[in-house]
Design a protein around this ligand. Structure first.
Ligand SMILES: [Zn+2]
Length: 292
């Protein structure tokens, strides 16, 4: 259990989109999508967790949309993945409103099946992503099961929060001008893309490191202090979405020149750095390539 059962998360504005529409063509696995990373360079400017890209073309998206009105308490967030995402939204907005002047929240969309976005179709096969033009975070919680099945990650509760926190990190980069200042300049271990992704990992860590201090209007801390096992689990999630790990699994070899997100070791290190030391250490653009 991660959330305090009594915590009030009823202020969430998370929306469920897609109403169980089937994925076109039966969907493609997360690993298969890695092959599309190259295509992403010429595609929409979006930043997912694992280098996938929403599929374009024959769009299966449906119009179903509803608020997650059933997600009111921490107990709800401990019970269902959907409400855990809604709880994360409340926590993330609370945190970032304290750290970014004039903070404007992104929209939070829990994808059920598939739905169309300005960045293409969102589904569990695509994986969680942030769509900059509409300032929207998209997550299909069934992706967590894919993480277990295809990446061998346990994808526990804190891991799930890390993933949401990572996507929120891209929103912060968008509204604070980081994305504009450091545009995608191709792949490689020293690329802006890798620095962008590692910073999002650091932001997620900084948020989770501070998150037990965040309280609802009744003074109830939203989250319980993470256990060592949970932190290890989140680090494991960061490991499994490292470029080298994914390439090794997919192709049996590692090609640093095609890195888009950083190695497993880097992703763990930046998450841990943010977790221990806070936002102040998250300027991945200021360090030399060998310090990344
Ligand atoms: Zn990302």
């Amino acid at each position: 259990m991660t959330f305090n059962p009594d915590a009030d998360i009823s202020g969430n504005t998370t929306r469920r989109r897609g109403r169980g529409a089937a994925i076109a063509g039966g969907g493609v696995g997360v690993l298969g999508l890695v092959a599309l990373v190259v295509a992403m360079l010429g595609g929409p400017d979006l930043t997912g967790l694992v280098g996938g890209v929403p599929g374009g073309g024959n769009d299966p998206a449906s119009s179903g949309e509803s608020t997650l009105s059933e997600c009111d308490t921490g107990q709800d967030a401990n019970t269902t993945d959907d409400c855990r995402m809604a709880g994360a939204q409340v926590l993330l907005d609370d945190y970032w409103a304290q750290h970014v002047d004039g903070y404007q929240p992104p929209t939070m969309n829990v994808v059920d099946g598939a739905t169309s976005t300005q960045c293409g179709t969102a589904s569990n096969a695509v994986g969680p992503f942030y769509c900059p033009p509409e300032q929207g975070v998209y997550i299909d919680p069934t992706f967590f099961q894919l993480m277990r099945d295809q990446f061998g990650a346990s994808a526990g509760e804190l891991s799930q929060l890390y993933i949401v926190g990572h996507e929120w990190g891209h929103h912060i980069q968008n509204i604070t001008g980081t994305m504009e200042k450091y545009p995608n300049n191709g792949t490689g271990p020293d690329s802006n893309g890798v620095r962008t992704e590692l910073q999002a990992d650091c932001y997620a860590g900084a948020w989770l490191g501070d998150v037990t201090t965040l309280k609802d209007d009744n003074g109830v801390a939203y989250l319980k202090k993470p256990t060592e096992a949970q932190i290890t689990d989140a680090l494991n999630a960061a490991f499994t979405v490292g470029d080298d790990h994914i390439q090794e699994q997919q192709a049996g070899r590692v090609n640093p020149e095609s890195f888009t997100h950083g190695t497993s070791e880097q992703r763990q290190a930046w998450f841990a750095n943010g977790y221990k030391n806070g936002l102040g250490v998250c300027d991945t653009f200021a360090v030399s390539g060998d310090k990344l």
